[in-house]
Design a protein around this ligand. Structure first.
Ligand code: PLZ
Length: 460
């Protein structure tokens, strides 16, 4: 370990990631293979039935954009653990940093005896989150915990109770966040009573509502003024590009109009960038695409290359409104996770990974556009960077009623899995296929995956 983390480039870090798995798709057994089937039987005996898995193949190794299962099958990973291994699985410098940190110390608890790695991550967050003003952070363990803390911090700062979210949102599975999700099933059904003072306002969903950003924002604001009233509203929590909801990109001007209203009314505007942040969309944070500056930004998933870490970052005066001891937790800002996060930020800079997001968007849009010309069940292509989705509709309804086609979504993702492409589904109506690859995915792998999807649609 170097004496100081600032500047923190580890001299032993290779310039670019070194791949330990061939970056190719390879299917050698039925899917799932025999060893996965054996593990699945053991799992059913001891793992809660409340925990689902999209594809019951058990993973032995993961590197770059490839997952290798226990039977030796190799999958092109277009999900990256739902947007977590953004800079690639087992990225060389992240592994080196995490291993080195485990040898120095694994835990002290920052609220007992602090360490530089935590401070360095907060410095990097202050530097790379949107907004040119003094910023502070708290580190926690998961996305849902970041949402919970964002709400707490906004309530403390404003002295207000109510929380607003947008339709089609997903914010987590804890007791507060399950009340903030749009979909009751499977996230809230049977787990009530739900947290009170959570209000669901209309969002901007251009493919379906056809509204301009200004008109969609006027609708959202009219709802909040009527149903909550701004003087009781602590915060408005938005995903700049909605994740589980189906990668909806709001119409131009939607967020800036909401921000103007929030600022005028003392409402803290929180960007849940848990899925869209950390270089996923060709910028550090997706909010930057829309020309607005959140008061608080929530980071998780991609920040530490797969190690658990999350953060709330925002205006110093809001972050400092909490009393000492009001924020924190045993594992929050774990040193190994922090070391990995520092390596992630450095890798993004060193390897110019923001450009990779732009490359992936270009390749996917071209390939998916060609598929849309061929197959009339593809209604919409949307997203930014390495966060692109297609919405599937009933044949011929793409320009009219846009009827959801969840059957096609399930069949295409199942076909893709059988042929070595891991593709995630999304959408309020199960009508969206999302492409959320790591930035390490090559154009060759993307072209290969798109040819599988083309075959999958043809086979419907
Ligand atoms: N906010 C925008 O995308 C996590 C959930 C997958 P946690 N999304 C993936 C699943 O089925 O569990 C997410 C998100 C946004 C919050 C969260 C919650 O993050 O780290 O899963 O708690």
């Amino acid at each position: 370990m170097t004496d100081t983390l600032t500047p923190s480039t580890n001299p032993s870090t290779p310039a670019a990631p070194v791949y330990t798995v061939t970056q190719e798709r390879k299917i050698v057994t039925a899917i799932p293979g025999p060893k996965s089937a054996e593990l699945q039987a053991r799992r059913l005996a001891t793992v809660s039935g409340g925990v689902a898995s999209a594809l019951p193949v058990y993973i032995k190794k993961a590197n770059g954009a490839i997952l290798v299962d226990v039977d030796g099958n190799q999958f092109i990973d277009l999900g990256a653990g739902i947007g977590v291994t953004t800079i690639g699985h087992t990225e060389t410098s992240v592994v080196a940093a995490a291993v080195a940190q485990t040898q120095d110390f694994i835990h002290t608890l920052f609220t007992i005896t602090p360490y530089e790695e935590y401070v360095r991550v907060c410095e990097l967050l202050a530097e790379h989150t949107p907004g040119d003003f003094p910023k502070k952070s708290v580190l926690i363990n998961s996305g849902a915990e970041a949402v919970e803390n964002g709400v707490k911090i906004a309530r403390k700062y404003t002295g207000r109770r109510a929380v607003a979210v947008l339709d089609h949102a997903y914010h987590g599975r804890t007791v507060l966040t399950m009340a903030m999700n749009y979909k009751a099933m499977p996230y809230a059904t049977g787990y009530g009573p739900l947290a009170s003072d959570v209000y669901h306002a209309p969002s901007s969903y251009p493919y379906h509502d056809g509204l301009s950003g200004a008109d969609a924002a006027a609708r959202t604001i009219a709802y909040l003024e009527k149903v909550v009233g701004p003087t009781d509203l602590a915060c408005l929590v938005v995903e700049p590009i909605q994740g589980e909801g189906g990668f909806m990109v709001p119409a131009e001007g939607f967020f800036t109009a909401l921000q103007t209203w929030c600022t005028a009314n003392g409402v803290v505007m929180i960007a849940d960038e848990i899925q869209s942040g950390m270089a996923r969309t060709g910028k550090y944070y997706a909010s930057e695409h829309f020309g607005w500056t959140p008061d608080l930004v929530l980071t998780a998933k991609g920040i530490a290359g797969g190690m658990p870490l999350a953060a709330v970052t925002g205006r110093a005066e809001i972050m400092d409104a909490s009393q000492p001891g009001g924020l924190g937790g045993t594992f929050g800002g774990n040193p190994v996770s922090c070391a990995a996060a520092i390596a992630v930020f450095e890798s993004i800079e060193r390897n110019d990974l923001l450009a990779e997001g732009a490359r992936i968007e270009k390749t996917l849009r071209a390939g998916l556009g060609a598929l849309k010309d061929k197959h009339d069940i593809i209604g919409d292509i949307r997203g930014r960077g390495a966060m692109i989705a297609i919405e599937l509709v009933q044949p011929g309804t793409g320009d009219t009623t846009k009827e959801p086609n969840s059957a096609a979504v399930s069949k295409i993702s199942a076909y893709a899995a059988q042929h070595g492409v891991l593709l995630l589904t999304a959408g309020t109506y199960g009508n969206v296929l999302r492409f959320l690859p790591s930035l390490a995915v090559t154009d060759v792998l993307l072209a290969d995956a798109l040819s599988v999807i083309d075959d999958a649609i043809a086979a419907l």
